[in-house]
Design a binder for this molecule. Structure first.
Ligand SMILES: [Mg+2]
Length: 192
């Protein structure tokens, strides 16, 4: 009788170990951490390009605004670069997700490299795609492989897009060096 209980006990232990071991074998490794960074008005000062791409009737000339040669001339927001280097050091991958059209992708990559911004994947919007929907779709696609912690942008539509995807949304004042000090503090709270 006692022997039977012993065998039941051993069998129970074996089942328990198999279950625990099995769970570990099937557990997904944690996704690498990432963040989403807007470009125009966030890390690139596009004020000059905005000013020269206004038609006499007050409407924007988008051809001119998305002129690759003008894009290359944007001034970098240096404080943003400093903060992004710090973010990179924290092991967070950077995704530059911008509503710039895909026609300027080469100019953007050139600009990021020329100004020593940390490496990251660059996403641009296909012509005629709507800005906010494009951002939401792009962030969601990135979330399949990354734990996206936060996004930084200078427009309300950036914030809405980030919030829709369930990531922390940090709004930075347009083309501002100084506001990036506050942004860094916000990021620090999220990643500690
Ligand atoms: Mg922007």
């Amino acid at each position: 009788m006692r022997k039977r209980y012993l065998w039941i006990g051993i069998l129970g232990l074996i089942i328990l170990f198999v279950l625990i071991g099995g769970q570990e074998a099937f557990a997904q490794p944690p996704k690498p951490k990432a963040c989403i960074i807007d470009i125009d008005g966030t890390i690139a000062n596009d004020q000059q390009r905005r000013a020269v791409s206004i038609n006499p009737d007050g409407n924007r000339n988008w051809r001119k605004y998305f002129n690759p040669e003008l894009v290359k001339k944007d001034k970098p927001i240096l404080k943003s670069r400093e903060v992004l280097r710090w973010v990179e050091q924290k092991g967070i991958k950077i995704f530059y997700v911008s509503s710039r059209e895909t026609t300027v992708l080469g100019a953007t990559k050139w600009w990021l490299k020329a100004h020593n911004f940390p490496q990251g994947e660059v996403y641009h919007r296909k012509p005629f795609a709507r800005s906010m929907e494009y951002k939401i779709d792009t962030v969601r696609a990135i979330q399949k492989s990354y734990d996206v912690i936060f996004g930084v942008g200078d427009r309300d539509r950036d914030i809405t897009a980030y919030q829709t995807c369930g990531i922390a949304a940090i709004k930075v004042a347009e083309s501002s060096e100084k506001d990036w000090i506050r942004v860094k503090n916000e990021i620090a709270k999220l990643i500690r």
